[in-house]
Design a protein around this ligand. Sequence first.
Ligand code: CP
Length: 310
Amino acid sequence: MNNLSVDHLTGIEQLSAEDIEIIFQTADQFKKVINRPIKKVPSLRDITIANLFFENSTRTKLSFELAEKRLSADVVNFSASNSSVSKGETLIDTVNNILSMKVDMVVMRHPYPGAAQFLSERIGARVINAGDGKHEHPTQALLDTYSIRERLGTVAGKKVVIVGDISHSRVALSNIYALQRLGAEVMVCGPTTLIPKHIELLGVKVSHNLREALEWCDVANMLRIQLERQDMQHIPSLREYAMRYGLDKSLMDSLEKEIVVMHPGPINRGVEITSDVADSQNAIILDQVENGVAIRMAIIYLLAVKIERQ
Ligand code: CP
């Protein structure tokens, strides 16, 4: 039975390898749909979904909204910046008011780690985590690993380095869990100040040398420096960071093999990656964005099917 083991998607930590395979197989079908002239299916005509974004987003918000509309769900959007949250309303009060309007599923981005889990334990609707502070960004990790599978045929046995600000990144933790579930080897690379102490306990390798990391890997996932989540300065300057950890064409050309380059976006061109690498044949950055819609359609569909079976 193609049934997820979870009722909510709060993190990759809660998913099994089998869950991820079910999501990928469902996304394969939806990817065919969104490449047809008529990109819509009537699957979720009876479902209403609220997108609650308490933090800024471009890709994730648009991708969820497109995924929902292509499944024919009814969609309502909420942004904290122009809501009653600024008048002191709590998260639970805000969500319960929205649920009173008969919403079946909530997609939420929130600055506090654990916010999606907190909500899932207190409301009747399905909850999908669209990023909770520095904790997890599960749909990003699913679309990232799906894109590796698409480019390289499989994730199992591949060597993936995640480069940059690991300490402040929800993308890094979700990717580590997803890659390991699927049998990849994972390394993190960056300055000591941006790599959490004892991260080896998660079963990842650590390097502070970008060239060494790139020579080891099949795939490099270049992360952005999360200045908005840093409470102090962890690097001398962006220029010095770019000199030691930025990926440019001369470094790519000096490697003895081809590697796949990924980035979750938004890109700081000239800091973690130069334009000639970001726009090269090695980069699958726009494939990641395209796959995000199919992956999110799959997750929404699989969780909605569980509502209908209740
Ligand atoms: N990758 C990602 O989460 O981008 P947004 O912040 O634009 O949603």
